[in-house]
Structure formats: C-alpha cells, structure tokens
Write a protein that binds this ligand. Structure first.
Ligand code: IPD
Ligand code: CA
Ligand code: CA
Length: 262
C-alpha cells in the first residue's frame, strides 16, 4: 500500500468535502431528529459520507468505509483484517445546524485495526489537522510540537455537562476535584475538534463517555503523534474501534488526573 498516496487522497478529499460544508452553512438544508432534539442529522451528513464512499470505491476498491450515517451498510468487513476508512462526515452536527461553526470532518484510516492516517478538518476556521503515523502531526503546514510539560493547575479541561450531573455511565462526583483544580473548562461540542485541540495544546484533557469510532479515529492518530494519550478511567489504553469511557490527554496532566479517579 502506498500510504503517502492514501494520505494525499484523504487530505484532498477532506478539503473538497469541507468546501461543500462551508457553502452549505449559507444555504438551507433538511434537518431531521435521529432520536431526539439533541440528536440531529442533515442531508449534508449523508451527502458528505456518500462523497467519501464514491471516491474510496473508485480509487481504492479494496478499502472499506465505516461511517456514522451507515451509507455503506451493504459492506461486510472485519476491521482486524482490512483497510478501513472511519469517517464522521460532520462531527458536531448540532453546531453545524445551530451555530454554522465549530464542526469538523473526521477521517481515520486504519489497516488491520492499526492507525495509519488521521484527519480532522474545521472548514470554517480553515484548520486542517492531519497526521500519518510516524511522521508527526500538522495543523495546516505547521508541524505540531510534542505535548508540553503542564500541570493540572495550568490545564484546560473539556467535558460535556452531562457527565457533571448524575448519569448512568460514570460517577459524576469523580470530576469535582479535577474541575476545581484546573485552570478552566471549555466544551466545543465536536469530539474530533476536542481531540485535535488537546493535540495542539488549546485543551489539555477531554473526557467523554458516549463516543463511537467515527468520533475519535481521526483525532487519535493526530494526538498520539504528539505524545498525547487515549485511555479509559482505569488508565488503560483505548482502541479506536471499541471506545466507551474515554480520556484524551496531555500525559503530564493525566498523571495528576488519575490520582483523583482511583
Ligand atoms: C457528537 C459530538 C459530541 C459528542 C457526541 C458525539 P455528532 O457527534 O462529537 O461532541 O459529545 O458524543 O456523538 O453526532 O455531532 O457527529
Ligand atoms: Ca460524531
Ligand atoms: Ca456526525
């Protein structure tokens, strides 16, 4: 497999798809509820996923696509044995609909379950985060530095408010001391952007407990290239295909955080 070529394809298709979404923010489009008013899908989500399916089928016919909208549901594959493009056509659909900003296209390419390429693109900010395994991570053409020495006191934490109130997934009281000690909290509402922001140091730790492979597959490659880590509440490494309770973090900040989680 010529991974340099796949990397170029992934970047140029994502930029092209970003153009479609940027234009779409100025047009009207169909919005549907998936399960509730907080869980939306638009015709643009489907259009972008289809855009990737068509290009992958044409250029890399042996590759598969795992996408949030299930547009390639006729495919049967085992991610442990194939090359799989894990695509979230719009990560942050609520923001796309309500804010027309703070959303991203997320693309991760994995071979036999192993990360190869990660792309997270914010088409409104014009920020393309991208990485090929072993070659560092970039924001547009700038190489991102490795994760900085940082303490929890200096850290910016991202967490959805749902995890700070009583919920069915985690003990919300675990986060009290972490939040109290941290410099601040910021929540964007796009997991892919949140992870990319940890990678570039705008955030230091992002907690989320209801994620799917397409939310994180692209960002995880970018984060690991700068020395960031993805673990569960027991500090065990998380695999992009089986995410549940997940922490994306600067490793120094994580060292302090785990002391509050045990
Ligand atoms: C969602 C966003 C959100 C995260 C959710 C995801 P979507 O993705 O990334 O920030 O908290 O768990 O499902 O539905 O906008 O693609
Ligand atoms: Ca998503
Ligand atoms: Ca989505």
């Amino acid at each position: 497999m010529n991974w340099d070529q796949v990397y170029q394809s992934a970047k140029s298709w994502t930029l092209e798809a970003g153009d479609i979404l940027r234009k779409a923010t100025k047009e009207s489009f169909q919005v549907e509820y998936k399960t509730s008013a907080a869980d939306l899908v638009t015709e643009k989500d489907r259009q972008i996923e289809k855009f990737f399916i068509d290009r992958i089928k044409e250029t890399y016919p042996s590759h598969f696509l795992l996408g949030e909208e299930g547009m390639a549901s006729d495919q049967v594959f085992d991610y442990n044995n194939e090359v799989v493009w894990v695509v979230d056509p719009i990560d942050g659909t609520t923001n796309f609909v309500q804010q027309q900003k703070n959303f991203a296209i997320s693309v991760g390419v994995y071979e036999k379950g192993q990360p190869k390429i990660g792309i997270v693109y914010d088409p409104i900010a014009g920020e393309l985060f991208h990485a090929q395994v072993g070659q560092g991570a970039y924001l547009n053409e700038h190489l991102l530095p490795k994760q900085k020495e940082r303490t929890l006191e200096e850290a910016m934490i991202s967490i959805n408010q749902l995890w700070l109130i009583r919920n069915e997934r985690v003990n919300h009281l675990l986060f009290e001391q972490i939040i109290r000690q941290a410099r601040g909290t910021r929540y964007i509402g796009s997991a892919a952007l949140e992870i990319a922001y940890v990678a570039c140091g705008r955030l230091d730790t992002y907690f989320d407990f209801r994620l799917s492979p397409w939310d994180i597959a692209g960002g995880m490659v970018i984060l690991s290239e700068v020395g960031g880590v993805t673990v569960d509440l027991e500090n065990k490494t998380v695999n992009a295909f089986t995410p549940t309770v997940t922490i994306f973090s600067n490793p120094n900040v994580l060292d302090e955080i785990v002391t509050f989680l045990s």
